[in-house]
Design a protein around this ligand. Structure first.
Ligand code: GAP
Length: 539
């Protein structure tokens, strides 16, 4: 299936079956904001729960087989604005943007590309389109072809494009560019910096003193609480702090469904380690995070870790890997998550701005080296010997490895990956088209559906008892409406991995059938073992 068709089908299914709705749709919607419906909220919650369970409660063992220490946080969305001054977001969290004076549309200037139309036309025009957006490219090529035809030429497009940024500040060249949504040249403005943080005011008075920002990432709340966590939790470096929460960015060009939204959720880890071990931990997290997506059903050929080149890297970083996924809306892989080595950058910035020491004292190392000292307890030693140089040998600013994932982007990847059209037998055994969402059982919104074959002969009573037993443990559905074949189709379409049917034999011998969504195999098992069986199958 062409990928643009697939994207349209996913979007349509999401709306029809209650995964994702446009925010405030009854008022015409609002660009860049989305609501999760009854099934979407379960799917996204399962994703966040899987992340928390696999990364915070039960992370994989470390590179040398050691246990990993991870703790969680839930910080406020609005913080003292000095946090954003220290992090650099207040001054530097900017995208270059340009406006179209004709269409009144605003674009990310670094996401616009331009190509030259027919070179022999006077004047020779350039055409702009949005990078990675097939429709926008097609529209631009169409305009170039039309202009060439009207001048008696033929425009054959082997479109080699350059970034709009390379010409944005040259008014003469800009005057020849036809914008993505207009037919005349010269309507696009130069590129200007645009801060992506949403602003508000805390308190009754709307003045500069009360200016606050909605956080554009969850990470800074973790750095601002580093000392609180170390002092209160007895954690020792290396350890990680994790947070799941909303982030807000006033994106110039929200697009590709939920992929680039203005309100979204992040799942971030800041892992603090000794500078000498930071490369090892960077490689560890890069591999752990990529593997995590595969364990949840993302096919390896669609998943691509892309190591940033040395030119792309921030000056303080020894490495950053973007974990990318091939979404159907683009023929290039797009970022799902960034795993960044951030060095001592963030803690140093907050230490400088706040005036509070965020140095970590390695008490274990001090105790290891204590042989020969009068005491081997740091606290006792401190009381008698507050020698700064000696303490300094054991103090350092931890380096940070940051795996930063988007819950909404992964939800979208899971929806795209799950969408399948295949064939399955109807109730008379005839093969018919079916639409099935092949979610990994851990992520599926509904884990199992319970069907009484008919609404009589004791079957509803048995089915209700089983439903009540299971719903205490899983999200399950009771469905007694229509033929069993139709009930299967309904559950396939929302990705329910298991359907359990109570039939005449159940009444005789207390067995049920359990049907697998993907293989369509049906097995008989004792009704008393359904819960254990589901636990094993779901994981
Ligand atoms: N603390 C680092 C940080 O925030 P980022 O690459 O800007 O890094 C991390 O964001 C992740 O958050 C991205 O990989 C993506 O999954 C998600 N994300 C970022 N901007 C987003 C947006 N506008 N809409 C949806 N998800 C977004």
């Amino acid at each position: 299936m062409p990928s643009s068709d697939l994207m349209e089908k996913v979007v349509s299914l999401c709306r029809k079956r209650g995964f994702i709705f446009q925010s405030s749709e009854i008022y015409g919607g609002i660009n860049g904001f989305w609501d999760y419906g009854p099934l979407g909220v379960e799917l996204k919650k399962n994703i966040k729960d899987a992340w928390w369970r696999d990364m915070v409660r039960n992370p994989p063992l470390g590179p040398n087989g050691q246990e990993i220490t991870m703790v969680g946080l839930d910080c406020s969305i609005i913080m003292n604005r000095k946090v954003w001054e220290a992090s650099g977001h207040a001054a530097g969290f900017q995208d270059p943007m340009c406006d179209c004076k004709e269409s009144k549309k605003r674009y990310r200037a670094d996401q616009l590309e331009v190509f030259t139309g027919h070179p022999e036309m006077t004047p020779p025009l350039m055409y702009a389109f949005i990078k990675g957006d097939e429709d926008s490219l097609k529209a631009a090529v169409k305009k170039a072809e039309k202009a060439a035809r009207s001048g008696g030429k033929k425009f054959t497009s082997a479109v080699a494009s350059v970034s709009y940024m390379t010409i944005a500040n040259n008014p003469d060249i800009r005057a020849t560019v036809v914008g993505p949504d207009v037919d005349v040249p010269g309507t696009l403005t130069e590129a200007r910096a645009f801060n992506l943080m949403f602003e508000s005011h805390a308190g009754a008075i709307k003045d500069d003193d009360n200016l606050v920002y909605l956080r554009p990432e969850t990470a800074q709340g973790i750095f601002a609480n580093f000392k609180n966590v170390v002092d209160s939790s007895r954690v020792k470096v290396p350890f990680g702090i994790a947070q799941i929460g909303k982030a807000f960015r006033n994106e110039v060009n929200p697009r590709n469904y939920t992929f680039r939204s203005r309100e979204f959720e992040q799942m971030e880890i800041e892992f603090f380690c000794h500078p000498s071990e930071s490369r090892m931990w960077y490689e560890y997290w890069r591999d752990v995070r990529k593997n995590w997506y595969s364990t949840l059903g993302i096919k390896s050929e669609k998943l691509k870790p892309r190591e940033q080149t040395s030119e792309e890297l921030a000056h303080y970083s020894v490495g950053t890997t973007d974990i990318e996924y091939l979404f159907p809306f683009s023929d290039e892989h797009q970022e799902l998550e960034g795993v960044a080595h951030r060095g001592a950058f963030d803690l140093t910035a907050h230490m400088t701005k706040s005036g509070q020491s965020l140095l970590y004292f390695d008490e274990d190392a001090w105790n290891r080296d204590a042989t020969g000292r009068a005491t081997n307890s740091f606290v006792t030693w401190m009381k008698g010997n507050p020698a700064a140089e000696e303490i300094g040998k054991y103090q350092f600013i931890p380096h940070v490895i940051e795996p930063s994932a988007g819950a909404d982007r992964f939800t979208l990847a899971v929806l795209c990956e799950a969408y399948t059209e295949d064939k399955a037998p109807d109730s008379s055994g005839k093969m018919e088209e079916r639409l099935v969402m092949k979610f990994h059982p851990r992520l599926a919104p509904i884990k199992a559906a319970i069907f009484p074959l008919v609404k009589k002969d004791g079957m509803p009573e048995k089915a209700t008892a089983l439903y009540r037993e299971l719903k205490a443990h899983f999200n399950v559905q009771y469905d007694d409406g229509g033929a069993v074949g139709r009930r299967y189709r309904r559950q396939d379409e929302i990705g329910t991995p298991f359907c359990i049917t109570i039939d005449g034999d159940t009444i005789k011998d207390d067995t049920v059938t359990i049907r697998d969504r993907d293989t369509l195999v049906q097995r008989r098992i004792p009704i008393g073992s359904v819960l254990t069986e589901l636990r094993t199958l779901i994981g």
